[in-house]
Each structure stands twice: as C-alpha cells, then as structure tokens.
Design a protein around this ligand. Structure first.
Ligand code: PHE
Ligand code: CO
Length: 289
C-alpha cells in the first residue's frame, strides 16, 4: 500500500524507512477476535475461488493459529520459501518508501486492525487486508519475483513520470487480478480475497467485464477505488504475468504519453473477452447516487 502527498518524513516513533515494531503482545483479545472472525469468513468463502498458490500460501503460513499473526513467526517460513518478509508500518507510506521495501523483498503491512463494528468497511488497508490478502501470494516463487520487480519498476516509473500508469498495473494484478486455471477462473488479487463481497462479485456477478490481460491495455485503464471493479483482467498464468513485465517499459511509457485512456467499461476490438459484463451493478449504483 502506498499513497502520495506526504510532505514530511515518518511519523513520531517510526524509523527512517517508516517501519515500526509490530508490538504483537499489545493486541487485545477483541482485536485477535476480529482477525479470527474475518479469517473464518474468508477461508470458508475461498475454496474453489482463490487460486491454488494463494490457498497453499495460506496453509504454509498457518495464518490462523494465534489470532493476529506475529510477523516474527510468519517471517521464518516466508523467508525460507521465497526470501520475503513482512514489516510493520503505521499506515499508508510514501510511494518511494513502498517501492524501496518491495525492491528489497519486504512487504510493508499495516499494524492495526479494523474495528469489530466495521468488518466490511476500510478507510485504509489494515493488517487483515495486508497480511491475509497479500502475504500468501508472496510464498509463490514467481509471484514473489513479480512483486520485487514491481518495486524496482515503481522507482523507475517515478523518474519517468508514469507512475499513474504503473499503478494501474498494480491495481489490476496485485490487488484485483484473476488467474485462468484448468478448473476455471480463480482469484489471486489481494483486494478481492480479503473482501467478503468482492470475492463473490469478481467471479460470479454478471456486471463486470472479464478480459484477457494485456500489459499496455491495463496501463490505459482507470480503476475504481470506491466500489467493486467494472473490469477485471485475467492472466493465463503467473509466469506469463512476470514475463510480460520483464521487458523495458520505457517505450511503452513513451507511447502512453499520447495514448488516450480507455473508458472503464469499454471492450476494445483487440480484447480477449472472457465474460462480457452487462454493467448492471455499476449502472444501478450510478443512478442511486
Ligand atoms: N520492466 C519494467 C520496467 O522496465 C519494471 C517492472 C517489472 C514493472 C515488473 C512492473 C512489474 O520499468
Ligand atoms: Co493491498
């Protein structure tokens, strides 16, 4: 998670790289209970919905043993599997700080957990979104490399002034990505797997378009931060996603300078259509506003 608009350095108590101690001993029983409730809810939902690497990662890290996971404990296994670790941060961090962590195989995770009366509402990514949503995929070697490459790519996109385009790649893969498998379309995006409603909507609702992943197309597609997505992109494999990003993005960024954004609900003639959505949900929401 990252955000711009940070004029100053880290908040009081945080280190120069914005990390803090997780302070696992200070979570209250009620906070652990929020984790358990969210965990049970999502775990039951995700069989046959989340992709295999996610489910395997969830098991490998044993994310339910003691309520809110202790980073010191999950980092032993995560480090052994892919060399990644999770570090605690107070909340959103500046882009360059976020990219530096990723480029060094550290995932910055919010330390706090949402309130029991706000299970489905999130102002900012909390530890459930960040750890349950993101960390299982970091146990997959290919996805682990992709996230590190993204960190390096973020630093470069900032220099080239194309971060808004690269951010769309993050959004439509790391947060809201779908994966084609022999058993059907499955979820790997953290924003979906950590959301009770969207883990159903993303796969089953007739509203959104589901289109084959195309790097440059994705970077031209705006996204919604306030509601379910109107389009999801499906990668044929995690390896194909990584392979697509190994190329030099500079020529793509060059083209994007003059290319127009693609309206969020549009299907282009060149798109591989997996599901043509009726946008029914999005339209109903727009008239209800
Ligand atoms: N290859 C990209 C570049 O040249 C870097 C990148 C890798 C970006 C993976 C995103 C994901 O900028
Ligand atoms: Co996230």
């Amino acid at each position: 998670m990252s955000a711009d608009g940070f004029a100053k350095g880290p908040p009081p108590g945080a280190r120069a790289d914005w990390t803090i101690d997780q302070g696992w001993d200070r979570y209250t029983p009620a906070e652990h209970q929020v984790w358990m409730t969210l965990y049970e809810r999502q775990r039951a939902m995700l069989d046959g919905r989340a992709c295999e690497p996610f489910m395997k990662g969830l098991e490998a890290l044993d994310l339910h043993r003691s309520g809110i996971p202790d980073f010191a404990r999950i980092n032993v296994e995560l480090n052994r599997l892919t060399g990644w670790s999770v570090v605690a941060v107070p909340g959103l961090v500046p882009d360059e700080v976020f990219f530096d962590h990723l480029a060094n195989r550290r995932f910055p995770a919010g330390q706090f957990i949402r309130r029991a009366d706000e299970l489905d509402y999130l102002r900012e990514p909390d530890i459930f979104h960040d750890v349950f949503g993101h960390v299982p995929m970091l146990t997959d070697p290919v996805f682990a490399d992709y996230m590190q490459a993204y960190g390096r790519g973020g630093q470069r996109a900032m220099q080239l002034g194309r971060l808004h385009n690269l951010a769309r790649l993050y959004w439509y893969t790391v947060e809201f990505g779908l994966l084609q498998t022999p058993q059907g379309v499955r979820i790997y995006g953290a924003g979906i797997v950590s959301s009770r409603a969207e883990s159903v909507f993303a796969l089953d609702d007739p509203s959104p378009n589901r289109l084959g992943f195309n790097l440059e197309r994705v970077m031209r597609t705006p996204y919604r931060i306030d509601d379910f997505q109107q389009v999801y992109f499906v990668v044929p494999s995690l390896q194909a996603l990584l392979d697509a990003t190994l190329q030099d993005f500079a020529p793509i960024y060059g083209r994007l300078k003059t290319a127009k954004d693609i309206p969020i609900d549009r299907i282009e003639p060149s798109d591989l259509v997996i599901t043509r959505g009726d946008q029914g949900y999005a339209k109903a929401r727009a008239t209800a506003q």
